[in-house]
Every structure is written in C-alpha cells, then in structure tokens.
Ligand binder design. Structure first.
Ligand code: PLP
Length: 405
C-alpha cells in the first residue's frame, strides 16, 4: 500500500489533485471509486437522529454522509484553507443552508445589492415571509455596511467580484466591521474560485461556491459547497443535509473532484485568456467599457491586487451606443457567435456570453431604486455582456467576437 501523502507541505496543484483522495485500500485503484450506495452495513446498531451524528460516525445513509462526497468536501476545505467543508446539490442549496442555519424570525441580514439573481430573489421573496429582515446594500463601500448594521444583524452576505457587475467588496474591512457588531460574514466566492481568493483567510466566517462553475469547470455537474470552521460546518450538515435533504449526488461529487484536480492550471489559463480578450475589447471602438479586475482601468484594481491571487476569467463589457444598440448586439451575438456559446452559467472550459439589459436587471432581479439603481448604471450603463472566458485560444475567442460586435 502506498504511503499517505503529507499534504501540509504540498503546493496548490498537488493539493488540487491529491487532497481528499488516496489509492483504494482494497483494489489499489489509483483513481477514486464512486460509491453510489445509499445505505451502509454497520458493525453495530446506529442511531437515526442527526443529533447523534459526529465526526467519528461510520457511514450510515448517503443523505447524512457519503464517501465520494466526503472526499470532495476534504478537497474543498484544503483548497480554501478551512477546517471543514460541506457539499450540497447546487450553489443555491449551499446558500440556503447558510441562510437558514444563521437566521431566525426577527434577525437581520445585510446582502450585497448586486448578487447572484437566485440569492437576490430568495432573500427578497422567501426570507421576509419567515420574519427575517433583509437590507440590500452596495457593499463595494464598507461604510455602507457599517451604516446598515443594527443590533439584530446576524449575517452579512457578500458576492465578490459580484455577478454580473464584477464589482468588488473589501472582505477584510467588512469582516472587521461585522465582527465588531457581532455579525458573521459569508462570501460567495464563485467568480474568484479558491485559486483567486480565500475569503475565510481574510476574516469571513463562511465561503460558499457554486461548484457548477469554476471548480467543476466542465459544465456537466451541478453542485455547491460551504467552507469554514468545523464548529460552523458540522451543524450545517446535521440541519441542511440531513433535514432539508439537498445533498450532492455521489456521481456529481466524482465529476466535480475530477474537475477540481486541474483547477489551478485552468484558472491560470482562464486569467491569461481574459487578459488578452480584455485588452482587445478595451481598444475596440464598438465597446464603451470593459470591467475585469486585472485591468488597471478597474476602479478597484488595487483592492483586486490585495485580495485576489488570480483575476479569473469573468468580465463584463458594455457595447457602445444606446439600449437599442445593446439589444441589437445581443441579438447578433446569440445568432452569429460560433465558438462562444450564448448561454448563462460560467467558469467552464467553453467560453460563454450573455447580455443583461440594465433596465431588466434593476427592475426584476435586483429591485433597485434611487442611488442603488444609479450605482448599478454607473457600472453597467444601459447593459452589459457578461463574458466567461473559456480555455480556447484567446485569438479564436477574439476572432469570434470581432465578427459580431
Ligand atoms: C451560479 C451561481 C450561484 C448558484 O449556483 P447553482 O449551482 O446554479 O445553484 C450562486 N452564486 C453565484 C455567484 C453563481 O454564479
């Protein structure tokens, strides 16, 4: 039997490959097996209550824990540098696990006013029904968070770089402000990936991911993860996994772990491709503005340099002209792009693009008014293309965009 690898000394690429995995002790298989079993034969009678579940419990039932999912959880914890991680069926299941674990009737949530639309809508439509108070705040200025804090504030939920503006929030500054007021901090780290940023290392209590995006990386498996201290993750598993039941399929865990093995290599390539495409877009007269954290024109380029180790492949750009011209550009893109797929989602090896008219975003997903709506338009104008740079040759991505802009 091979010796166990000491991962405490290993570099990120080694960790991405080996963390959570080892050769199969029975067969010697080098690649991990998928354990699809829903139930497990135990050596002695085991309890049926989530409250009896501990770190040492054997596998009992796959809604409680599964060896293939547990291996991915270990890999995610190692990649984020946290004690523990829990995986869920999707990024939304991961977000919902944190929100319902932390918030009860009468509690107050501060949420980034521009966040993933599903999370914006969940906190707008469902949480208030449960008696939870929600304030949407432009978290790109930590002073706005300080101003919104109340004695009942339990949680501050950040999305950085945020979807779809690619606007940043200062994790370290906001964590200090929130902790002083007794609130915990969640960062949706999907756009940066664990290679670009490790929010818990900057003071966040929870880091969440849609693994459907960069970590899985191939557009073929939904998944979500929450990383953090063991004392916070353990109750998430007993409550959200065992009782809400939105657990990850072992097959998806196996696919996502296979994707995660190449995450550091892919992120370096996504960033290199994005650098070339952003530079090309920025000099093209058909483009009014490009927003990518790696560009010196990004208003928070310095903050990006401080809290991101990789600028990722996510950018937004505004087509020149008015809203009607933006819509026409979107129609051309959907009809005529050949390499870049006109589709939602992101972080895949294939480049993906979609157009988000500001009038729709402000009115539907985000419900922004007054100064917050103005702040949105200050970044997005009449509308933006959100572009996820894939792993194709940057020159080919540029040629495809050049034909249709
Ligand atoms: C996609 C996404 C989510 C939701 O993840 P799913 O896996 O689709 O449920 C949450 N946050 C961000 C930033 C996302 O891009």
């Amino acid at each position: 039997m091979a010796k166990a690898l000491d991962i405490t000394q290993a570099g990120p690429q080694t960790l991405a490959i080996h963390a959570g995995e080892m050769p199969d002790p029975v067969t010697g298989a080098s690649s991990p097996n998928i354990v699809m079993s829903s139930t497990y034969v135990t050596e002695k009678p085991e309890g049926f209550s989530a409250s009896e579940l501990t770190e040492e419990s054997p596998f009992v039932y796959t809604r409680w824990a599964n060896p293939t999912v547990a291996a991915l959880e270990r890999k995610m914890a190692v990649l984020e540098g946290t004690e523990a991680a829990a995986c869920f069926a999707s990024g939304m299941a991961a977000a919902h696990a944190i929100l319902l674990a932390e918030l009860s009737a009468g509690d107050h949530l501060i949420l980034s006013d521009v966040a993933y639309a599903g999370i914006a809508e969940l906190t707008r439509d469902t949480l208030p029904r449960l008696g939870i108070l929600v304030s949407k705040v432009d978290t790109s200025d930590p002073a706005n968070v300080a101003e919104a804090l109340r004695p009942e504030t339990k949680l501050v939920f950040l999305d950085t770089p945020c979807n779809p503006l690619i606007r940043l929030s200062d994790i370290q500054a906001i964590a200090a402000i929130a902790h002083d007021a007794g609130a915990r901090v969640v960062v949706d780290n999907t756009f940066a990936s664990p290679i670009g940023c490790n929010p818990c290392g900057l003071g966040a209590d929870y880091t969440m991911h849609s693994l459907t995006k960069y970590v899985g990386g191939h557009g073929d498996a939904l998944g979500g993860a929450v990383c953090g201290r063991a004392e916070l993750i353990r109750p998430l598993i007993s409550e959200a996994s065992v009782h809400y039941g939105g657990v990850m399929s072992p097959f998806n865990a196996w696919l996502i772990a296979r994707g995660a093995a190449t995450l550091p290599l892919r992120m370096a390539a996504h960033e290199a491709g994005a650098r070339k495409v952003a530079a090309w877009l920025e000099q093209d007269p058909r483009v009014a503005r490009v927003v990518w954290p790696g560009l010196s024109s990004h208003p928070q380029h310095n903050l990006a340099g401080q809290q991101m180790q990789n600028f990722s492949g996510m950018m937004s750009f505004q087509p020149a002209g008015d809203a009607a011209q933006g819509k026409a550009a979107a129609e051309r893109a959907a009809a005529e792009l050949a390499l870049v797929h006109y589709a939602v989602s992101l972080g895949h090896h294939r480049s993906l693009i979609c157009y988000l008219p500001s009038a729709d975003m402000v009115a539907s997903s985000f419900n922004l008014e007054g100064a917050q709506a103005e702040a949105y338009r200050a970044w997005a104008g009449h509308g933006i293309f959100r572009l996820s740079i894939g792993l194709e040759d940057a020159d080919d991505i540029i040629a495809d965009l050049d034909r249709v802009l």
